[in-house]
Design a protein around this ligand. Structure first.
Ligand code: MN
Ligand code: MN
Length: 418
């Protein structure tokens, strides 16, 4: 290269460098990239020294599940406390007759209001007669299950539930669960206390073994010896004989008319919101009266569609992701904004009143549950709010024109189609 050629090359390189710097600066602090200093891979696009590649030790099978954590959108800033957990890697307690795994506040610090349990019972497998100091809500995800319980007025219930059905046992009321043929069942329990554990419930067998035999005999009006073969250790889950006819079990238990239903056929209920993008079903104390401490929404989002930006003014949200995949961003003061990816079997958590959206990032319908420790479902829709204000007020805030605001959906669509 001649001297003049070299000077020209350097000048051009300097100019290109300056142009790149100007372009980077222009990209920073604008719509879609608001922060200073800017965050996100897009801000390093012109700097080959700063790539988004991880070269150190890693587990690609795990990392590939979390594109929003590996390369967050440039709108993300700082970080909220971890709001992702999963049953997929939770310790599984396996016994003959079934298994259970749980995610409580001990494992998932943010989840103060609700603890979750994922359980399987084989055909005939019994979750032993028990009760606890928290209420129990459940969604059946597979197979069929027979449940028994007693209400506070001493009235028994025996019910068969299948995938898509809920049950609710108020705190302290005794119950049992048993898988039915041919494949048994799977379900997800939610306790209305983040610290509750499936491993510290009040068990019939454990209690009977820890009262003096003469008291046990006196209590039931029979000789104490009648109980000499009771189990000395808890059964918790054990394999039993598959139960017979539901009507016969009801009659033998003395089930009569009256009392509040303890089950709700949620997947067969009418959606409260429905668009081309999906639907929302609700089960709370307004249509499932016994469920006084858990309100639930079952949300279906079509591929590419968006569970609209919203928040819940009355309770934290505990999510169970049942089918499909999606991403959620949660915003908090600070500002803080964190985006995370979710798959089947995962759990999400959003603190009361923090805005969030969920976008289906997969190719099949996304189905997830929003659970709240409250008696009724409440939601504030961002678009519903902004379309119920003097348009000039909104226009002044956002530097948009009134004609644009007039095109926003009104009434809160729930799920926005693509
Ligand atoms: Mn229970
Ligand atoms: Mn929500």
């Amino acid at each position: 290269m001649t001297e003049s050629g070299r000077r020209e090359f350097l000048a051009t390189a300097t100019m290109l460098g300056a142009t790149a710097a100007v372009a980077t600066a222009a990209r920073a602090q604008r719509f879609g990239n608001p922060d200073s200093p800017p965050q996100g891979a897009v801000n390093a696009a012109d700097n080959p020294g700063t790539t988004n590649t991880v070269v150190g030790p890693q587990n690609p099978a795990l990392a590939d599940q979390f594109p929003s954590a590996i390369s967050p959108p440039p709108t993300d800033v700082d970080a909220l406390p971890m709001f992702w957990a999963s049953f997929n890697n939770a310790h599984k307690r396996i016994q003959n007759g079934g298994w259970a795994r749980q995610v409580s506040k001990k494992d998932f610090a943010i989840a103060e209001s609700i603890a979750g349990v994922n359980m399987h019972l084989s055909a005939g497998g019994i979750r032993e007669l028990h009760w606890h100091q928290t209420a129990e809500w459940s969604i059946m995800t597979r197979g069929r299950c027979r449940i028994t319980t007693l209400d506070a007025q001493g009235r028994p219930r025996v019910e068969d539930v299948e995938a898509g059905d809920l049950w609710y046992f108020p705190a302290g009321l005794p119950h049992s669960l048993q898988g039915l043929g041919p494949q048994g069942c799977e379900f997800v329990l939610a306790f209305d206390d983040g610290s509750q554990s499936e491993n510290n419930t009040l068990l019939l067998t454990e209690m009977m073994a820890h009262f003096p035999p003469e008291v046990i005999g006196k209590n039931f009006g029979v000789a104490a010896d009648a109980f000499q073969n009771i189990p000395l250790h808890p059964r918790w889950i054990f394999q039993g004989k598959e139960p017979g006819d539901l009507a016969a079990d009801r009659e033998a238990s003395g089930v009569a008319q009256g009392g509040e239903p303890v089950i709700f056929r949620m997947s067969r209920s009418q959606p409260v919101k429905q668009t081309a993008g999906g639907m929302i079903r609700i089960a709370d104390s307004t249509n499932f009266p016994i469920s006084k401490t858990i309100a639930a929404a079952m949300v279906t989002v079509k591929p590419g569609a968006l569970r609209e930006i919203h928040w819940h003014p009355n309770a934290d949200e505990w999510q169970y992701w049942m089918q499909g995949q999606g991403r959620m961003t949660v915003f908090d003061t600070g500002p803080k904004a964190t985006t995370m990816d979710f798959h089947p079997g995962d759990i999400g958590y959003v603190k009361k009143s923090l805005p969030h959206y969920i976008e289906n990032t997969g190719h099949e319908d996304l189905v997830f549950f929003e659970l709240f420790r409250t008696d009724r479902y409440e939601e504030v829709s961002l678009s519903n709010w902004l379309t119920h204000l003097p348009p000039a007020l909104v226009a002044e805030h956002l530097n948009i024109d009134v004609a644009t605001i007039a095109r926003f959906p009104k009434g809160g669509p729930g799920v926005v189609p693509v």
